[in-house]
Write a protein that binds this ligand. Structure first.
Ligand code: GDP
Length: 312
């Protein structure tokens, strides 16, 4: 099992079109070059047909990026206010956020909407002033706007100390100053490793896992995605499932997956603090707790909004 201090869980939040998808693509590509070369799949996060049609990212997706010997889980978030419940749930799976802001456009309505959720969840923010290659980029003003927004939204003292990375996801540069761009995403990776806390949950306590997102696969059926709250999960294990009313049933973990690049990869076990996908539990639903049968304790129920419930 990967050691807890080598894991970082972050969400990526932004106003639509500020460059989340392009940036994650670039992080994936460059993670490949820092580790062993992996094939790069075009347009990482917009794989869903509906999204492609609309040209915007609307569904949460998980991406696992290896940088040096660290696993960085990046969870995409919908920016639209209709998905408020989903955004709140994602904020419970991560320890920090990358707030991506266009270096010309600055803060926009969805920037405010998603930042509010992140600050309320007491997450550690990193501000990415993106599209720094734009000829009309105005990074100093944009940072002032971002700081004002943090203050308006009631950020605490630690959150106000946010590190800033200036970047162009398109060109593939990043740096700690707008005019000191390196031709790699290394400065962004290093900022993630140093600023975002690693998970601290215990892997030896009785298992608890909150079903936070649902995925679906025609062979595997419903797939429960979430962060292991405590303990360890093993493929093949019998578990207790507690529904939102606390009613208990038993089930078996058929398959367990981690995220590597854009793919789900099958793993044997995973521990507290890891974001995983679980297949094999029929009728599994958001807000249910998967727990140790010898010690089945329910986790607090989550906000659910309509678009997520329509998933079958
Ligand atoms: P998303 O909606 O936040 O996922 O944004 P996308 O990654 O899909 O990018 C939206 C648009 O901005 C696309 O036309 C991209 O080509 C463009 N774009 C993304 N990153 C950059 C960048 O770093 N510089 C410039 N100039 N354009 C960018």
């Amino acid at each position: 099992m990967i050691s807890r201090d080598k894991i970082r869980n972050i969400a990526i939040i932004a106003h639509v079109d500020h460059g989340k998808t392009t940036l994650v693509d670039k992080l994936l590509q460059q993670a490949g070059t820092f580790r062993e070369n992996e094939a790069v799949v075009e347009r990482a996060m917009d794989s869903n047909d509906l999204e492609r049609e609309r040209g915007i990212t609307i569904l949460a997706k998980n991406t696992g990026v290896m940088y040096k010997d660290h696993l960085i889980n990046i969870v995409d978030t919908p920016g639209h206010a209709d998905f408020g419940g989903e955004v709140e749930r994602i904020m419970k799976m991560v320890d920090g956020v990358l707030l991506v802001v266009d270096a010309f456009e600055g803060c926009m309505p969805q920037t405010k909407f998603v930042l509010r959720k992140a600050l309320e969840a007491h997450l550690t923010p990193i501000v990415v002033v993106n599209k720094i290659d734009r000829p009309n980029a105005r990074p100093a003003e944009v940072i002032d706007e971002v700081l004002d927004l943090f203050i308006e939204l009631g950020a605490d003292d630690e959150q106000l100390e946010f590190p800033v990375v200036y970047a162009s996801g398109l060109v593939g540069t990043s740096g700690l100053e707008p005019d000191a761009q390196e031709p790699t995403m290394q400065p962004m990776f290093e900022t993630i490793l140093t600023s975002i806390p690693a998970p601290t949950e215990s892997t030896v306590d009785p298992l608890q896992f909150l079903v936070t997102l649902l995925d679906y696969n025609e062979y595997l059926g419903r797939i429960a995605v979430g962060r292991i709250n405590r303990g360890t999960i093993r493929a093949g294990q019998s578990v207790a499932v507690l529904d939102r009313e606390g009613k208990q049933r038993t089930a078996r973990i058929e398959k367990l997956f981690g995220f590597q690049g854009l793919k789900r990869i099958e793993i044997e076990e995973a521990g507290a603090g890891e974001i995983v996908a679980i297949a094999g539990i029929k009728e599994i639903n958001i807000g249910e707790t998967i727990a140790d049968p010898a010690n089945p304790e329910q986790l607090p129920v989550l906000t659910i909004d309509e678009p997520t419930l329509q998933m079958t």
